[in-house]
Design a binder for this molecule. Structure first.
Ligand code: ARG
Ligand code: GLU
Length: 717
């Protein structure tokens, strides 16, 4: 079995004849490249039904969630499910919004929240929802101004300035916003034009014990039982156009919204995902994969393991610490777990070996193609130069500036006060810092952070040669007792308590700045920052620029070498279509997973004493009454299902659609064994995980008692 899988992968890499299902496709190009294949696999709609700029199409129902200031950087996807602006996404995508509305009296995070009427929906300033109006291939306009042989800097400068002009021209006199992105490693450029809404309200969210059921224990895992959804509503002005929050705004009427299919799904069904995948790296050379799996990921994992050990122990000991650290630990654990899966997957599928074969083949072909000669050697040399730098970078960031929180705090306060001194904005500085410090200490435990600092200093010194260790970090080594050293720092630092911190920043003036700069934690932070700025970043960034240039040439060469293969562009936070089929998988020899889970499975996991598996009583009651309504398949309430759509981070909240383009689920995760799909996808083992839309309806209707929302939806039963 394993041998056969890797044979498929090799075949795919060498010849380009992949067993499709792989890929994240550009919606405006479906007609050209994918629609026939999609229809052959069962899709019953046309390319125009999915993407059309002259009439309503499915694309009008898919949105990117962003933030004011960076609206094109979509952190999640969402989709309209009613004519009145009702939108669904994941619980973990709205987590910050739910948390911001929560207090001890209204603990929406713990208990859930459901607006009984529209006036109760809660505004979320700063959150944006972008709806794609159209896309345009602007490769020609840009490329025609870039002759070969330009320096990299000049090339980038020109791309930026031409893009700026094109973006302005495309949106002049309208309230649209445009964004041009490189595709295919910078060999092509597409512009996306959006309508960006700024009045986004929370309409409902289940209790965390449903929306985050299984927590970090089950994160990235199948079988899964998480009801990872939340409900938002987008508001617009009286002309149905974007506007900032106003009581006068009305629910947005989208050009189209998804009908919901409650008819069920079965193994092998066609399925498609429409959303905003963030980043993938499918065309990296073998040297990159080696460095990632042997250097970068292992060190990042080691650092985070140390952090998590401290946090988990503290959370087990104190309920208060659990409240303070749950979200932080989840953030640390999410990528930590994914990196481990990634290493395993890349090894299991022999990605390095496969890529080496491909590179050898390429080198032979490139002998007659001067532009592409010697690229593998250049990659080898660049990655060799990069190794020490990337390791040092990982420590300076993960173990240093983002290690113990007190280090980050000192760094933030120092930079704020120094800016205030420079620009004479004391009042704003004082107010800003006051709030920041209050927020910081609300979720802070000194003892835990002190232990984290000790661990960070220990790892930093143990795992790097002296020349890569910033001076103040190195000092800890001499004492030979990191716990003692960290304790001393905390004792001498004013940043360890809110009172101390208030005294230190004082008036945001020069005197305060001098005091801050003398603080031992500031000295540690500054030492790491300076090392980063002067010893690591200049060369590392130069190498990254050169790599980017090689990546562009490399992919252009691959495409030229395999003219018959249809390539897809790496994810770049723009709208994409992935398609495949519903189905379980075999994660290991002798193990087979089915494609869906049920409410009975949730009940089997019920363990009130374990935080991640404590089910809300309301759900237990409904289960005991067997009050399942129409939301069943074979007498069970389905909860989650898996399919082999090619997805990545950012696809959270994406609509999972059936052959008719109806909503059957909301995407929220991938299965651990296949997370290497960001670098190498394999249809046998890569699975996206979705919450079944019938479970979403069941929770809204039967558990939350918010059935009125269902009246707005078009549900096909
Ligand atoms: N793994 C999913 C993602 O990458 C879900 C993360 C949120 N859930 C959690 N238990 N931390 O976003
Ligand atoms: N949970 C991820 C997200 O927030 C999706 C999982 C993945 O990486 O595929 O986007």
């Amino acid at each position: 079995m394993k041998k056969w899988i890797s044979f498929v992968s090799v075949l795919c890499l060498l010849t380009g004849y992949c067993q499709a299902d792989e890929g994240m496709w550009i919606p405006m190009l479906l007609k050209k490249y994918n629609i026939e294949d999609m229809q052959k696999k069962g899709f019953r709609l046309t390319a125009e039904d999915v993407y059309d700029i002259n009439k309503a199409s499915l694309k009008d129902a898919v949105v990117g969630l962003g933030r004011e200031g960076s609206p094109f950087h979509h952190f999640c996807t969402g989709e309209f499910i009613s004519a009145e602006g009702l939108l669904v996404t994941n619980h973990h995508c709205s987590f910050d919004m739910i948390q911001s509305h929560s207090s001890l009296e209204h603990n929406y995070l713990r208990d859930g929240f459901w607006a009984r009427e529209r006036s109760e929906e809660l505004a979320n300033p700063g959150i944006t929802v972008s709806v794609l109006v159209r896309m345009e291939d602007v490769t020609e306009q840009i490329m025609s101004q870039l002759e070969e042989g330009l320096s990299m800097q000049e090339r980038n400068r020109r791309i930026d300035s031409i893009s700026g002009v094109l973006e302005r021209r495309a949106t002049e006199g309208s309230n649209l916003q445009a964004n041009i992105r490189p595709y295919f490693n910078g060999n092509q450029f597409f512009m996306s034009v959006f309508r960006i809404f700024r009045d986004v309200r929370l309409a409902g969210a289940p209790a965390s014990a449903i929306g985050k059921f299984g927590g970090d224990t089950d994160n990235w895992m199948w079988p899964r039982h998480t009801g990872d959804f939340s409900v938002l509503r987008v508001y617009a002005d009286e002309n149905n156009e974007p506007a900032g929050y106003s009581e006068k705004n009305r629910p947005y009427r989208p050009a189209s919204f998804f009908k919901i299919s409650a008819q069920g799904i079965k193994e092998g069904d066609f399925t498609m995902i429409f959303g905003y995948p963030g980043t993938t790296n499918e065309y990296l050379p073998s040297h990159a994969i080696r460095q990632l799996t042997e250097v970068e990921n292992p060190h990042k994992i080691a650092i985070r393991t140390a952090k998590l050990n401290v946090m988990n122990e503290a959370m087990d000991r104190s309920e208060l610490t659990r409240i303070k650290y749950a979200a932080k630990a989840a953030g640390v654990a999410n990528a930590w777990k994914k990196w481990q899966g990634e290493i395993k997957g890349l090894k299991r599928f022999h990605t390095i070996g496969n890529k080496e074969k491909q590179e050898a083949e390429f080198a032979k072909w490139a002998e007659g193609h001067k532009r592409y000669e010697g690229i593998t050697e250049r990659y080898r040399d660049l990655y060799a130069r990069r190794e020490n730098l990337i390791r040092a970078y990982v420590y300076a960031s993960e173990a240093g500036l983002r290690g113990a929180e007190i280090v980050g705090l000192a760094e933030k306060v120092r930079s704020r006060v120094s800016k205030s001194v420079e620009k004479k904005e004391q009042a704003a500085c004082k107010e800003g810092l006051h709030q920041e410090i209050a927020a910081f200490f609300k979720n802070y435990d000194v003892e835990t952070d002190r232990r984290i600092l000790a661990e960070m200093l220990r790892l930093y010194n143990a795992n790097l040669p002296a020349e890569w260790i910033p001076e103040e970090v190195g000092k800890a080594r001499q004492t030979e007792d990191y716990g003692q050293y960290a304790a001393e720092l905390f004792k001498k630092s004013s940043f360890a308590t809110p009172q101390g911190a208030e005294v230190v920043w004082g008036d945001c003036d020069e005197k305060a700045l001098r005091r801050i700069e003398k603080d031992p934690v500031t000295r540690l932070a500054s030492s790491i920052r300076e090392f980063m700025l002067h010893r690591i970043l200049p060369e590392l960034m130069e190498i990254e620029r050169e790599l980017k240039n090689e990546n562009r040439i490399w992919l252009a060469g691959l495409m030229e070498m395999n003219p018959e293969k249809v390539y897809y562009a790496d994810a770049n936070s723009t709208l994409r279509v992935a398609y495949g089929k519903v189905g379980g998988y075999s994660p290991a020899d002798g193990v087979n997973y089915t494609y869906y889970t049920t409410l009975t499975g949730i009940m089997e996991k019920d363990r009130p004493e374990i935080y991640d598996y404590n089910i809300p009583q309301a759900l237990r009651d409904v289960y005991a009454r067997k009050d399942f309504g129409p939301y069943t398949q074979n007498g069970e309430v389905p909860v989650c299902f898996v399919a082999n759509n090619h997805t990545t981070g950012g696809n959270s909240g994406s609509p999972v659609l059936n052959a008719d383009g109806h909503l059957i689920g909301i995407n929220f995760d991938r299965a651990w064994e296949g997370v290497m799909s960001d670098m190498q996808y394999d249809p046998e083992i890569c699975r996206n995980i979705a919450v079944d839309i019938r479970y979403v309806l069941f929770v809204i209707d039967k558990v939350a008692g918010a059935g009125h929302l269902l009246n707005e939806m078009e549900i096909i039963r």
